[in-house]
Design a protein around this ligand. Structure first.
Ligand SMILES: [Zn+2]
Length: 116
């Protein structure tokens, strides 16, 4: 099926099949917390200074992300999707996003003895 006729959901399922399969049934909030602790990318909210974050949950065994369109030089629109872990500040609601593919890559390379 041509990418310009596929829905963003169909593209996500095709492009991120491994991420969907690997993260199905896992605690994404714990994985993300381990990721930010390991990479030092946590920290305080840039808006209010709070350090209490919550991961926005998607559907069961699903992923949150960005749905968008891109346009080529022939003015053809293409559906696009990028899975993102969305973390929201519990105090002011400011949200930030981390590429789920990168979190997944880190998760696959972590110490296999760690259970998530
Ligand atoms: Zn905040």
């Amino acid at each position: 099926m041509n990418r310009k006729t596929q829905s963003s959901a169909e593209i996500a399922l095709a492009d991120y099949d491994e991420v969907f399969r690997d993260f199905a049934g896992k605690n994404l909030a714990k994985i993300f917390n381990d990721f930010v602790r390991s990479t030092g990318s946590g920290g305080a909210c840039s808006s209010c200074g709070c350090t209490d974050w919550v991961v926005v949950q998607g559907p069961p065994n699903g992923l949150t992300g960005l749905k968008y369109y891109s346009v080529d030089t022939g003015a053809v629109e293409y559906n696009q999707f990028t899975p993102m872990v969305i973390a929201k500040c519990r105090s002011c609601g400011m949200s930030r996003m981390h590429d789920t593919g990168l979190v997944h890559h880190w998760w696959k390379g972590r110490d296999s003895k760690e259970e998530v």
